[in-house]
Ligand binder design. Structure first.
Ligand code: MRU
Length: 366
């Protein structure tokens, strides 16, 4: 993706060849700032504090965090410690565990002197693979958008999305946004309804920012608006991302996704989920019962942060003093509400059979 005309990824190796560059996403949309990570602790902090976020990017950041850890100490004990520290940062996105397992498998049987180079090589592959996967999802999802466009005689295709499953949530292109960018780039008129996605506003702050930079028409809406738009025929399809898909096709994603899926079902709006295969967790079946749902600090719910008219970034309280708040970060949409899963291997049925047929080499993991 381009930022101010320059092709940019969300994570990269700095010119010193070892430290890791990231975009500090907590500063967007008001400031574009980058950070340099040099230690395991800094990488873990970046994930936990959501300077980097989004399931695939969390995985890539953890992979590079493991490189930084090994650089300091390549012993077996330190690999275990780094795994535990990084794994504890966020509980729901399975890409984190997937990436850590990949890294541990890559270095475990290497002689100590070769581990750092091997780790950097595997982390770079993980990042490159994510880009290729997102591009493939874009190609498959484009066909869905193209089919709708063919029925709309030049009117824009209206896509609703939730949270940020975009370029900023991956290494490049995004998951839910990959088909949107592919459609836009191929000249299909497209417009995106962007759920603001309280409490952290990843839609309003991040998705709107990146769609704007790419020139994609969009409108930010309050989280509760989607149902109304669907009732009035103003949404042609919904595409969201996910942090974990179970063996039977249940989808865990940012809180509020389930309500959008219910509204879509009631209104006959196709509801698609875009996911790279590292987001599939074949070890769990019933998403509602088995996926750990991250609960975050109450201050995210009780406050809002934004830019004042004179350019200062301020945080203000929006609930009465003393009112208890709850902050569940994710929910689970049962497979029966999902029209299809957009993956790098095509658009699948959200079912055990669909997932097993497309990813037979992974199905044995349960
Ligand atoms: O809490 P976040 O911002 O990490 O949540 C991100 C999401 O819920 C995304 O939809 C999901 O990670 C898919 S990202 C391609």
């Amino acid at each position: 993706m381009k930022v101010n005309g320059t092709h940019t990824r969300t994570i990269w190796l700095e010119s010193d060849g070892w430290s890791v560059g990231i975009i500090d996403q907590t500063m967007l949309p008001h400031r574009y700032a980058t950070l340099r990570l040099t230690t395991l602790a800094e990488a873990a902090h970046a994930i936990k504090s959501m300077q980097v976020r989004g399931a695939p990017l969390i995985g890539a950041a953890a992979a590079y965090g493991m490189c930084l850890a090994l650089r300091a100490d390549a012993s077996d004990e330190h690999i275990e410690k780094a795994y535990a520290v990084l794994h504890a940062t966020r509980p729901t996105a399975i890409n984190l565990k997937w990436a850590l397992d990949e890294m541990a498998a890559a270095v475990r049987n290497q002689p100590r002197g070769a581990r750092v180079a091997t780790a950097y090589r595997r982390a770079a592959e993980i990042a490159d693979e994510d880009v290729a996967i997102c591009q493939a999802m874009g190609r498959h999802g484009l066909k869905l958008i193209d089919a709708i466009a063919a029925r709309k005689s030049g009117q824009p295709v209206n896509v609703l999305t939730h949270c940020n499953a975009g370029w900023l949530a991956t290494v490049d292109y995004g998951t839910a946004t990959a088909p949107i960018y592919a459609a836009h780039d191929s000249g299909i008129p497209i417009h995106v309804w962007v759920d603001e996605t309280r409490p952290r506003n990843q839609g309003a702050s991040l998705t709107a920012w990146e769609l704007g930079h790419h020139g994609v028409k969009h409108t930010v809406i309050a989280d509760n608006t989607g149902g109304h738009l669907m009732q009035h025929g103003m949404v042609d399809l919904a595409i969201v991302g996910t942090d974990r898909v179970t063996a039977q096709g249940d989808v865990c994603n940012k809180i509020g996704t389930y309500l959008k899926a219910l509204a879509a079902k009631d209104n006959g709006v196709p509801f698609y989920v875009a996911l790279p295969s590292p987001t599939i967790d074949f070890t769990v079946t019933d998403g509602i019962a088995e996926i750990p749902i991250e609960q975050r600090g109450g201050e995210e719910q009780s406050t809002m942060t934004g830019r004042t008219a004179d350019g200062r970034i301020e945080t203000v309280q929006v609930v009465p003093d003393g009112s208890p708040v709850a902050n569940y970060a994710f929910d689970v949409t049962p497979a029966r509400l999902v029209t299809g899963l957009i993956t790098e291997r095509g658009v699948l049925k959200a079912s055990r059979e669909g997932l097993r047929a497309a990813f037979p080499e992974r199905a044995g993991e349960n």
